[in-house]
Design a protein around this ligand. Structure first.
Ligand code: C2O
Length: 546
């Protein structure tokens, strides 16, 4: 089956929490539409960019095996879609299911509103967990800022702001939240628009909540008062069911939890998305309550009630407070969660290490580095440069000498190699390998690292120095697989993946501020296969048009 979506990007004035600001949105709506497919489907997304900036759409967590050019990563897998132009994404999803999302991968644009959920259904998944729930519900949670991201980014990169990430003004649940407009006198904020999201659920049913952190910065603890959560999925991997009361979810991660609407005594419960404050350098004088709430209402017939938002609805339930620590907030990054479908991790054949952090003291600005290199978008997309050089059909095209270095180098590509003032760290994996990557986080904050095009095994995580003496002793029997992993402050993580998917795949911190400050490296997998790619002519034209 082919599923077709038409996305028109534009700027609008919006008020998700009552506070008016400019948003960049898809089809005039925020959050963007749900993309829902069955495994094996072809997905066509026609993007018309009527916004004022460049755009791209990235499908977070999708393998794009053989279609690296549809991965939607600005200046890595494609050149941007300029204002006034269009581009069609066209690819299949043959071999994965679960909860994903899509977002702009141009600069900080996604936090201005270019985001939405993407769900892949499959019989394989249904066979395993389909009988455990009655209904399916997407729950997007995020931090929220009251202004355009560009302004915050400029401030963040200005000298004197070292280690001071912009602090969110609020948070959202499915694009809604309460905000007290009296806290920002004189600003355009209408109290009657400050609406919480309401979930109207039938009683005595089990709901699958697909919780997706679509935010820019904050870790979130998600909970529903008086309803234990049964964790069954993380990043598209089914998990042996685990019960918890609060779900810790980092930026760009996804989890499915089951709740059963069988609590007696009241019909209204708070749904909470608590922004973790430990990562905030300062407290926001505006954001007085870090616990963002929605409301779960029990109704006799969910179809009879059309009440997505309301600022009148409240609940009086209490947050899980005095629960045992192991139920309060499970450390979902450690090896205590286990995939439902067991898979043995093969032995690694190559080992790489990156040291990731921020330059300290240099002009007191926030400059990220990975092995000494700060990412900046290249002059044109790296994949285009490589394809142009390798593809027989383009062999007469002008090839710049730097492409040779782009194709063959592992390590930092120094200033100038990719044109302009670019500097990128690229690990070249020329043939089939099982790759171990040790991520050393030299920073005092934790970072949700995301690898495009793959799921990796989480072989181990820890703080301090990686125990090289234990390398080889890590558990290979069914460790958790995922695409986004929180690496602790001054900690390390060892991830493993089978490098069988050709192309340029970034690994980056998903905190928008850090990504734009350059916390990104790339794997260049099996470049010899790039010549066999068959991107549409329109893809190359985006670069030619620049
Ligand atoms: Cu969700 Cu590189 O992105």
């Amino acid at each position: 089956t082919t599923r077709i979506y038409n996305f028109t990007i534009s700027e609008v004035t919006g008020w998700p929490d009552g506070y008016n600001r400019t948003l960049t949105v898809i089809n005039g709506q925020f959050p963007g539409p749900l993309i829902e497919v069955n495994m094996g489907d072809r997905l066509i997304i026609n993007v018309q960019n009527n916004g004022v900036n460049m755009t791209t759409i990235h499908y977070h967590g999708l393998y794009q095996n053989g279609t690296n050019y549809m991965d939607g990563t600005y200046q890595i897998s494609q050149c941007g879609i300029p204002p006034g132009s269009s581009f069609t994404y066209n690819f299949t999803v043959p071999d994965q299911y679960g909860t994903y999302w899509y977002h702009s991968h141009y600069s900080t644009q996604y936090m201005d509103g270019v985001i939405g959920p993407l769900v892949i259904h499959a019989q394989e998944e249904d066979d395993l967990i389909g009988n455990m729930y009655d209904y399916d519900q997407v729950v997007l949670v995020s931090d929220w800022y009251h202004g355009l991201s560009q302004g915050y980014m400029a401030a963040y990169l200005a000298s004197g702001n070292e280690n001071v990430e912009p602090v969110p003004d609020n948070g959202l649940i499915n694009g809604g939240a309460y905000f007290d407009c009296s806290l920002t006198p004189g600003d355009t904020c209408y109290q009657q628009d400050a609406n919480r999201t309401a979930f109207n659920f039938e009683q005595n049913k089990t709901y699958r909540l697909r919780v997706i952190n679509t935010g820019a910065f904050a870790d979130i603890e998600f909970s529903v008062d008086e309803h234990p959560l049964t964790l069954v999925e993380g990043d598209g991997v089914l998990i042996a069911p685990t019960t918890l009361h609060k779900l810790a979810i980092a930026v760009a991660q996804r989890y499915s939890v089951l709740i059963t609407t069988n609590v007696t005594g009241t019909d209204n419960f708070w749904v909470r998305a608590e922004l973790d404050q430990y990562c905030f350098a300062t407290t926001n004088p505006v954001l007085v309550d870090y616990s963002i709430t929605g409301v779960l209402n029990y109704v006799s017939d969910a179809n009879s009630v059309a009440l997505p938002y309301s600022n009148n609805i409240t609940a009086s339930t209490a947050s899980w407070g005095d629960v045992p620590a192991n139920l309060l907030c499970l450390d979902l990054n450690n090896t205590s969660i286990e995939p439902m479908v067991a898979m043995q991790a093969p032995d690694a054949t190559v080992f790489y290490r990156i040291d990731a952090g921020f330059m300290i003291g240099a002009y007191a600005i926030d400059l990220a580095y990975i092995n000494g290199t700060t990412w900046k978008p290249a002059f044109e997309s790296n994949l285009y440069q490589a394809y142009r050089m390798l593809s027989p059909s383009l062999s007469s095209a002008v090839v710049d000498n730097n492409s040779t270095e782009l194709l063959n180098t592992t390590g930092p590509l120094p200033l100038g190699v990719l044109g302009g003032d670019q500097s990128q760290y690229i690990i070249n994996v020329p043939d089939y390998q099982v790759v171990d990557l040790l991520i050393n986080n030299l920073d005092d904050g934790s970072h949700p690292f995301h690898l495009h095009g793959y799921k990796f095994w989480v072989m181990g995580t820890g703080t301090g120095v990686f125990p090289y003496n234990d390398y080889g002793d890590f558990n290979t029997t069914n460790p958790m697989r995922r695409d986004t992993l929180q690496v602790q402050a001054y900690g390390w993580a060892l991830i493993r993946f089978v490098a069988d998917n050709a192309g340029f795949w970034p690994l980056h911190c998903h905190i928008t501020w850090h990504l734009e400050a350059g916390l990104l490296m790339q794997f260049e997998i099996q470049p010899s296969k790039i010549a066999q790619f068959q991107p549409p002519a329109a893809w190359a034209q985006l670069c030619a048009a620049q």
